[in-house]
Design a protein around this ligand. Structure first.
Ligand SMILES: Cc1cc2nc3c(=O)[nH]c(=O)nc-3n(C[C@H](O)[C@H](O)[C@H](O)COP(=O)(O)O)c2cc1C
Length: 281
């Protein structure tokens, strides 16, 4: 909606689920709000208020995931500057469990895209109603769950709920069934973030903080980024990971970030759900 204010892109309906395992709490009940750091309630997007914020807050609120890039390559010195912002992230015990692979080679980016898309088809086969033996796209109206999916899905939902969420199933299906879909959006640079499994006290948290430092630094430098969790597909390509990308144990790829100059300007703030806060005073 920020990109197409005239309504060219619109998702109708709501994600609200009233009962069962997927039941939402108050989230989605009270509507979305623009950033409201002053706690003024339903304030409007308020560009005037935004100008009163610190530079850091402005960078946080105006960052968006960028999926349309110019062809122009990002200079190495800017990439170093962005990684430096990641390097100075806090981590448990200052153990800094990260490593980066910068890829600016179009053929290699395209190959990773193709491999991930191929591997992610396994996900749709496990979690979506199937008609693939008729060469139909999983998710077709006349596709049906097979008996083994009916047996497997309830277990998957409990074991890895995030992987069976409708947004993931729909997203993976869209990405894998559209031959033109590029998981990196043809961005000129992709940075793979690796994590050291030996890390102390929660490597996911450390990795996320490090990546977000990089994302915010990139935005401050006028560059666009997008996290690409679909890089998970590379988990099924062990030989390629090791022999081509040089990823070896105890490191594993935890995230991919696209990087490039955005095409056009996204200058509208995005609304979010209200914060869920328990406040003891
Ligand atoms: C961990 C993580 C994984 C993500 N994976 C993808 C992805 O594979 N593809 C994609 O297009 N966007 C991906 N995103 C971007 C989210 O869709 C996006 O952050 C969210 O919709 C909010 O939009 P915004 O970043 O523009 O504020 C990912 C974001 C995060 C934090």
């Amino acid at each position: 909606m920020a990109v197409c204010p005239t309504g060219a892109v619109y998702i109708s309906g709501s994600y609200r689920v009233h009962s069962g395992f997927w039941k939402n709490d108050h989230l989605f009940e009270n509507g979305l709000t623009f950033p409201d750091p002053a706690g003024k309630g339903d304030s409007e997007p308020a560009p005037a208020e935004i100008t009163e914020l610190t530079e850091t807050e402005k960078i946080i609120y105006t960052r968006r995931s960028i999926r349309l890039y110019q062809k122009k390559q990002v200079p190495a010195e800017l990439i170093r500057r962005i990684i430096e912002a990641g390097r100075f992230a806090p981590s448990a015990g200052n153990n800094q469990p990260w490593k980066f692979i910068v890829i600016q080679n179009k053929e290699l980016i395209d190959e990773i895209n193709a491999r991930c898309k191929k591997a992610l088809k396994v996900h749709t086969r496990l979690t979506l109603p199937q008609a693939w033996w008729h060469k139909k796209v999983p998710g077709d109206k006349d596709a049906r769950f097979s008996w083994w999916q009916k047996a497997l899905l309830p277990l998957l939902v409990k074991w890895r709920p995030g992987d069976t969420d409708q947004r993931v199933r729909g997203g993976v299906n869209a990405a894998t069934s559209d031959p033109d879909y590029h998981i990196f959006f043809h961005a000129p640079t992709v940075i793979l973030q690796l994590a050291d499994r030996r890390a102390i006290g929660g490597v996911d948290y450390d990795s996320g903080i490090c990546a977000q430092n990089m994302v915010l630094a990139a935005h401050a430098l006028g560059l666009g980024t997008c996290y690409v969790g679909l890089i998970d597909g590379l988990k099924l390509h062990a030989k390629f990971r090791k022999e081509v990308l040089g990823v070896t144990d105890p490191f594993e790829i935890v995230m991919a970030l696209t990087l490039g100059y955005p095409q056009g300007d996204i200058n509208t703030l995005v609304r979010r759900e209200r914060a869920r806060i328990a406040w003891f005073s």
